[in-house]
Ligand binder design. Structure first.
Ligand code: SF4
Ligand code: SF4
Length: 287
């Protein structure tokens, strides 16, 4: 079983459309959506949810005022400015470091796990699917991404699947590191722009740092052929496979989405579908 994680330097590069298209081309798969801040694979996959479970991202402090002497020690030690002058903890600002709990002389600060979201395991027409939903005000965390990936791995092992296709978190922060660590192969979806080249360099460095094999796809390549050539050059320098390029065909992409289909399902003969098929073949040959 191989896990392929698709990431991008930033959101909005067409990463999810690409993962869904791959989902139509790879057989015997599990799909996972780790782009928890913008989870939207479910819109196309229309999952039939089989199980849902709570996710706790960590602990938060709560001051029980009945025993509080208002000594102010908790405010003094909280580096996140999460405790108000009248000793109420702001749930959003509290990072759960536990310093106030440790230093409170009256031991009157509770420190409990909080539910920050839900994890769903579903069946879809393309295969089993794992995704998550954050509660309002909760931040995406590496822990939640790891939980989604672990659930996908468990299903893949139990059901003897050949591939896990994961829509990873964008950027280079904590969630993306959790998305790629230990993956068999990472596909970077890039755009032919100045920032696209810069983002590719940053993400490429990340893969090199974690010693993960990876390749590059340029989406909307025909919008800037020179930048596409530059991305191909940069990919070589970063020792990444250049997997191929996808043309800008917004009508097909939008129509597929509106019809709740992958681009391959919607129109397999479109230019965007043809290019993804070539990329999928190359991807199968390099992993
Ligand atoms: S440290 Fe404890 S006793 Fe002191 S103000 Fe904070 S909650 Fe109250
Ligand atoms: S747990 Fe840490 S972040 Fe939260 S209120 Fe206490 S000191 Fe501040």
């Amino acid at each position: 079983m191989k896990e392929i994680v698709v990431i991008s330097g930033k959101g909005g590069t067409g990463k999810t459309t690409f993962v869904l298209a791959l989902g139509s081309l790879f057989k015997n798969i599990v799909l996972a959506d780790c782009d928890v801040d913008a989870a939207d694979m479910f819109l196309v996959l229309k999952p039939d949810v089989k199980t849902e479970s709570e996710f706790s991202g960590g602990k938060k402090a709560f001051i029980d005022k009945t025993a509080c002497t208002e000594c102010g020690k908790c405010i003094e030690v909280c580096e996140y400015d999460a405790i108000s002058p009248d000793f109420v903890v702001d749930e959003i600002k509290c990072e759960g470091c536990g310093a106030c709990v440790y230093f409170c002389p009256e031991k009157t600060i509770e420190f409990n796990e909080v539910v920050s979201g839900m994890v769903f395991i579903s069946e879809t027409r393309l295969g089993p699917f794992v995704h998550a939903k954050l509660n309002p005000g909760m931040e995406n965390s590496g822990k939640l991404v790891s939980r989604v990936r672990n659930e996908a791995k468990k299903i893949a092992v139990e059901k003897e699947k050949d591939f896990i296709l994961t829509d990873g978190s964008p950027g280079v922060g904590c969630p993306v590191i959790s998305s790629i660590s230990g993956a068999d192969y990472v596909v970077i979806v890039s755009e032919p722009t100045v920032s696209g080249v810069h983002d590719l360099e940053r993400v490429g460095d990340l893969l090199a740092h974690f010693k993960i094999k990876g390749g590059v796809v340029v989406n909307k390549w025909d919008l800037n052929k020179e930048k596409t050539d530059e991305i191909e050059e940069v990919s070589k320098k970063l020792r990444l496979d250049f997997l191929g390029k996808i043309p800008y065909e917004i009508d097909t992409v939008l129509a597929a989405m509106n019809n709740e289909k992958t681009v391959i399902e919607y129109n397999p003969r479109s230019e965007v579908s043809k290019s993804v098929k070539l990329i999928a073949e190359k991807l199968k040959s390099v992993i």
